[in-house]
Design a protein around this ligand. Structure first.
Ligand code: AQP
Length: 346
């Protein structure tokens, strides 16, 4: 007997991604995520959530969380997302995420989650005191994606392992419930400039909201002077920039700054070095600072403008949640049917 090939997913292409409202957004979030979303909204139906359910896996002040959620929505709009094209919504406003996450908690295996490096990094030495939510975070992430049967998920490099888990959960669900091709195998779309922006203080650590040093990151809300100061203080080595991009290997800080320049300018590291190869950081850093200010100032100005009209942001979020629910609810209803839950309505 020959194995029949498993029918592939044949539904429509959809883009989905999210950002946590857990602090000020930084250049890594902008280049690794937001900028990519903008390019995709014209090509595919796009769903962008504010990951408030993910954010509470670590403590969030309840008095601030709703405003933090609005800030991420404002950042989406300021980066150039059009709420008529992309549905922008709070994760907690679409119940399908939580419902599907429970089913996936029963599909995913403990051994799979034990391998997740982000939990190890985030829980650090205090694993026992971490929330269970922080541990099952990647399962909720799988639900976020698969509730929309999303086929493309633009994220930074740090999310690669979680996306692999999503693919495993989708395959196991399809197999366990005899539903070949029900869930797609989503493509993580990690490639491209800005996929991994590193800390300005340590070229081996990723730029992160939770880094205690504010000098390690450029926030989207930093003013021109602060951006210039942070780039001036960025850790570097004493050598001039090389002519050849291959010679950036073994020089993580130089590689990071050249990569940031390239991602902002929309050119490759090789092209950056054509311009700056042989020059020292004394010449390169001011050019980078000018470019960063020029690129980010319109985003932070627009963010401030959008945040000035909370009612408008709330309208965008409510409208997005409605459109998102229209897609996700029937998927979850079908999941419940496949699992064999009682078919009536309470
Ligand atoms: N340094 C980075 N370079 C490129 N992309 C990055 N992303 C995050 N850091 C970088 C991408 O930004 C999106 C949203 O991330 P998130 O806020 O949902 O969560 P995160 O990855 O946990 O971001 P942080 O800044 O590192 O937050 P903390 O410090 O709270 O953990 C994702 O697509 C992510 O890949």
């Amino acid at each position: 007997m020959t194995d029949q090939p498993t029918p592939a997913y044949a539904g429509p292409e959809r883009v989905l991604s999210g950002v946590q409202p857990s602090g000020a957004l930084h250049l890594g979030n902008y280049l690794g995520a937001l900028k990519k979303f903008v390019a995709l909204q014209d090509q595919f139906p796009t769903f962008l959530f504010v990951a408030d359910m993910h954010a509470i896996t670590v403590w969030q002040d309840p008095a601030l969380l709703a405003d933090q959620t609005r800030e991420i929505a404002a950042a989406y709009l300021a980066a150039g997302l059009d709420p008529k094209k992309a549905a922008i919504f709070p994760q907690s406003a679409v119940r399908a995420h939580a419902e599907l996450a429970w089913v996936f908690n029963c599909v995913a295996r403990l051994g799979w989650l034990d391998r997740m490096t982000q939990f190890k990094e985030k829980s650090g030495k205090h694993k026992e005191r971490s929330s269970i939510g922080l541990y099952t975070y990647p399962v909720l992430q799988a639900a976020d994606i698969l509730a929309y049967k999303a086929t493309r998920v633009p994220v930074g490099e740090d999310q690669k392992q979680h996306l692999e888990l999503t693919r495993d959960i989708a395959a196991k669900f399809n197999n366990d419930f005899n539903a070949p091709g029900f869930f797609p195998q989503p493509d993580p779309m990690i490639q491209g400039p800005g996929a991994r922006i590193m800390s300005l203080r340590d070229g081996s650590a990723k730029m992160s909201k939770s880094d205690p040093s504010d000098l390690s990151r450029i926030n989207l809300t930093d003013d021109a002077d602060t951006i210039a100061k942070k780039i001036k203080k960025a850790t570097t080595d004493p050598n001039p920039l090389p002519e050849d991009a291959a010679d950036l290997d073994g020089r993580p800080e130089a590689k990071n700054l050249v990569g940031i320049y390239g991602a902002l300018a929309g050119i490759s590291s090789a092209e950056v070095l054509k311009q700056f190869g042989g020059q020292g950081f004394g010449a390169f850093k001011p050019a980078l600072a000018d470019l960063a200010v020029e690129s980010l100032a319109p985003v932070s100005d627009a963010m401030r403008r959008f945040l000035g009209d909370k009612a408008e942001i709330d309208k965008v979020l409510a409208d997005g949640a409605g459109r998102a629910s229209e897609i996700a609810e029937p998927v979850v209803a079908e999941v419940k049917r496949l699992v064999g839950f009682w078919p009536g309505r309470a």
